[in-house]
Write a protein that binds this ligand. Structure first.
Ligand SMILES: Cc1cc2nc3c(=O)[nH]c(=O)nc-3n(C[C@H](O)[C@H](O)[C@H](O)COP(=O)(O)OP(=O)(O)OC[C@H]3O[C@@H](n4cnc5c(N)ncnc54)[C@H](O)[C@@H]3O)c2cc1C
Length: 409
């Protein structure tokens, strides 16, 4: 069987793979995109129904393709984002094959370039762009053994409250996913326990503007990777329920029991670290620092924006903070489900090219690896803060397309 050959192979048919396709196409560079399931699959099958895009509609777009919307300040559903990315694929005429999994990637024997083993046969390529997502595999701490009496789901498999057995729910993780899922369950009438970890709260709106306006105005969306500080937690924002600032004190006032970090479980009794007050203080401090930054920006630029003293109002410490629970007996608390919202890791085991560090993370500079012709796109902070976001992936794709064009010359 003759092996199929392409100049550039793009692996992954999400926003990153398609932005790459667009940038290659604009430069007249032949390529093929392979997607193992459907276009924008993760927005179709790995997001919950009540999730809303964290960026307001007015700010959404892919290169040369704005997001159609009736409500500029609204927040899109996962289905609307998936449809938008699918429409983008049609708009750019992406040469994409869906339902084709790339199971291995290696260097070509005795020649430059690569061989991709796929569910549809081998493909040789001079260049490969890996665009398989920043959030590939849920990371679940091995704390709770499988127990038929308790349903355990990670955030990518959670869909809605009715999917869960009756009873209380323990949500582990206080990033954007954990916080939003906890809020949605509470609103659905569930008793909710939320194990809170390190987080960085941000205001949804301040002084009359949405957070995304501020990030853009202050140049933070474009902040280069070299200026990334040591902080690794993702900003805690939400577009759900019209888009509100997440405040765990408000959660507690509404009935959520906040807990420290989950430490261990023994026969259905979970122990939590005595760190809840410290975690909330950190989240509140990062929130206050950000308000200060915005105020300083207004001052420095002489902007005419209304003051917003309400943004600094803080609720008193709830009982679950002053007298934190250190142990929780799942059965006694009537907990029927545990949702793990504990983040994601990489799944690059299929790449047999020396571009991964011992932790399995790609080693690259702005997506360009040390192996000529092999690139990554769409990763967190690939080149700048918004590299993994819909709004930022196009710029990075353009840089990689230019690099590929120069290489082919
Ligand atoms: C819960 C959640 C909420 C988010 N909300 C926002 C938001 O509001 N705004 C925002 O800008 N970003 C958000 N993000 C971040 C980011 O936009 C998404 O993760 C986005 O899906 C990344 O797009 P991507 O194309 O880089 O990767 P993905 O969407 O992950 O696409 C990668 C594609 O590659 C395919 N694939 C993987 N491996 C292979 C293989 N071996 N062979 C063939 N195909 C393969 C997958 O099926 C997938 O379709 C969110 C992320 C999460 C997890």
């Amino acid at each position: 069987m003759p092996i199929e050959r392409v100049e550039t192979l793009v692996v992954g048919g999400g926003q990153a793979g398609l932005a790459m396709s667009h940038m290659l196409g604009k430069r007249g560079l032949p390529h093929l995109v392979l997607e193992r399931q459907r276009i924008a699959e993760r927005w179709r099958s790995e997001r919950w129904d009540g999730l809303r895009f964290q960026f307001p509609n007015w700010s959404i777009g892919l290169p040369d393709f704005p997001f159609p919307h009736a409500e500029p300040d609204g927040f899109a559903t996962p289905g609307e984002i998936a449809d938008f990315i699918t429409a983008y694929a049609a708009f750019i005429g992406a040469p994409i094959r869906c339902g084709v999994n790339v199971s291995a990637l290696r260097r070509r024997d005795g020649a430059s370039g690569f061989v991709a083993e796929t569910s549809d046969g081998a493909i040789e390529a001079d260049n490969v762009v890996v665009a398989t997502g920043p959030y590939q595999r849920p990371r679940i701490p091995a704390l709770l053994p499988d127990n038929a009496a308790i349903l355990q789901l990670d955030a990518s498999r959670y869909k809605n409250p009715s999917q869960l057995p009756p009873g209380a729910v323990l949500v582990v993780g206080s990033g954007a996913s954990g916080a939003q899922i906890a809020e949605e369950l509470l609103r659905a009438g569930r008793r909710v326990y939320l194990s809170v970890g390190q987080h960085r709260r941000m205001p949804r709106r301040y002084r009359g503007r949405d957070l995304i306006w501020w990030l853009d105005e202050m140049g933070l969306l474009q902040r280069p990777t070299e200026e990334r500080g040591p902080e690794r937690s993702l900003p805690l924002i939400s577009g759900a329920f019209g888009g509100n600032t997440i405040d765990f004190r408000q959660f507690a006032a509404a009935g959520v029991t906040l807990l420290g970090r989950m430490e261990r479980a023994d026969h259905g009794v979970i122990a939590f670290a005595p760190d809840l007050a410290r975690r909330l203080a950190y989240g509140d401090a990062s929130y206050a620092i950000f308000l200060d930054m915005m105020d300083a920006h207004v001052e420095a630029r002489g902007l005419d924006m209304p003051r917003d003293p309400g943004a600094r109002a803080a609720l008193p410490d709830p009982l679950c903070l002053t007298e934190p629970l250190r142990e929780l007996d799942l059965r006694a608390a009537g907990i029927g489900a545990v949702i793990w919202a504990t983040g994601y890791g990489f799944d690059f085991g299929w790449i047999d090219v020396p571009v991964l560090n011992p932790a399995g993370e790609p080693v690259h500079a702005k997506g360009i690896t040390g192996v000529p012709g092999l690139y990554f796109l769409g990763l967190q902070w690939l080149a700048k803060l918004n590299s993994s976001l819909l709004s930022g992936v196009g710029d990075d794709a353009a840089v990689l397309a230019d690099h590929i064009a120069a290489r082919l010359k």
